[in-house]
Design a protein around this ligand. Structure first.
Ligand code: SF4
Length: 304
């Protein structure tokens, strides 16, 4: 059977597509990326993954093929069939230049933040069987939604240590549950560059966030830590509290990373211009360090 794949809005190697590829290759199928120039009329099964609701829809579907579309951008709760979901050997040959491994030690989360799709998509936290590493991989991107909320986090730290490769914790470690034991355990594994991510999404969490950072920085250098700062969710513009959050993080030596809220339920959702400008100001370190938000805003208004 001829199987063709599409993941046109994925910024990193697409996990579902790599599982689908492995599954079909194990069955002896002809599997590759879809190219409408060559595959338009003789593809048997076409799989499309769409991550973002706001990505433009694909237009060049194969004729006569079984078309299977999934991903958060199509249906938040979409799931792979069990036989494909259980695949743990990801097909990295689809991404020959990828020099890292994608990894999950757990799925789901203990929280239900109103702006997040994880509780709807993945449900309660549970341990998951790690994937085989990319044999060309030099480092590992850990994508757990809430690594330390998984009761098996100590065993998971041991597994990561046994891989003996630098890692990043990309999705935000939960400062609300951070303890000395957790922070110390983190310091025993190799962290790649600024590979620790945390989050400061609500101004009201200030005391808890600062306490969590003070625990973390007993064992981890602050410059290794990035902090996601959600803006545009409570109010569709930048508030004094938003500005205070990024300045507080900068003051304690942690790198703020502003994230504009995206409404995954609304395909027509557009981020307000002020939210986009603020994210650009915070995340382009040259501007953040060289001018104030007021100065940057005035310049942006003139150029828009
Ligand atoms: S803690 Fe993180 S992953 Fe969990 S619901 Fe909140 S934002 Fe989502």
């Amino acid at each position: 059977m001829k199987i063709r794949l599409l993941a046109h809005d994925s910024k990193i190697p697409n996990l579902a597509i790599m599982k689908i590829s492995t599954y079909h290759k194990m069955r002896g199928d002809d599997v590759d990326w879809y190219d409408p120039m060559f595959d338009m009329y003789d593809t048997d099964i076409f799989y499309e993954s769409k991550i973002f609701t706001f990505s433009p829809d694909y237009r060049y579907y194969p004729v006569g093929a079984t078309i299977i579309r999934g991903g958060t951008g199509i249906e938040v709760k979409s799931k792979l069939p069990d036989a494909i979901e259980q695949v743990t050997d990801l097909d990295y040959s689809l991404y020959p230049d990828c020099d890292y491994s994608i990894q999950f030690m757990s799925r789901g989360c203990i929280r239900k933040c109103p702006f997040c799709v994880v509780p709807i998509k993945e449900g309660a936290i549970r341990r998951s069987k790690p994937f085989e590493l990319n044999h060309k991989g030099k480092w590992i991107m850990i994508l757990d939604n809430n690594f330390f909320a998984c009761p098996a986090w100590r065993e998971n730290i041991e597994i990561i240590r046994s891989w003996n490769q630098p890692v990043t914790f990309q999705q935000g470690l939960d400062l609300r549950i951070m303890t000395d034991e957790m922070a110390k355990a983190l310091s025993t594994i190799k962290i790649k560059g600024r590979g620790i991510y945390i989050a400061y999404d609500n101004y009201e969490d200030k005391d808890m966030v600062l306490k969590g950072i003070s625990i973390l920085t007993k064992f981890i250098k602050p410059w290794k830590i990035n902090c996601y700062v959600l803006v545009g969710f409570q109010k569709p513009y930048i508030t004094d509290e938003d500005l205070e959050r990024v300045m507080t993080l900068d003051k304690v030596g942690v790198n703020p990373f502003a994230m504009g809220y995206v409404d995954f339920n609304n395909p027509n959702y557009q981020k307000p211009q002020e939210i986009k400008d603020f994210c650009r100001w915070v995340n382009m370190k040259a501007t953040f360090k060289s001018c104030t938000w007021d100065e940057y805003k005035k310049r942006s208004i003139k150029s828009n």
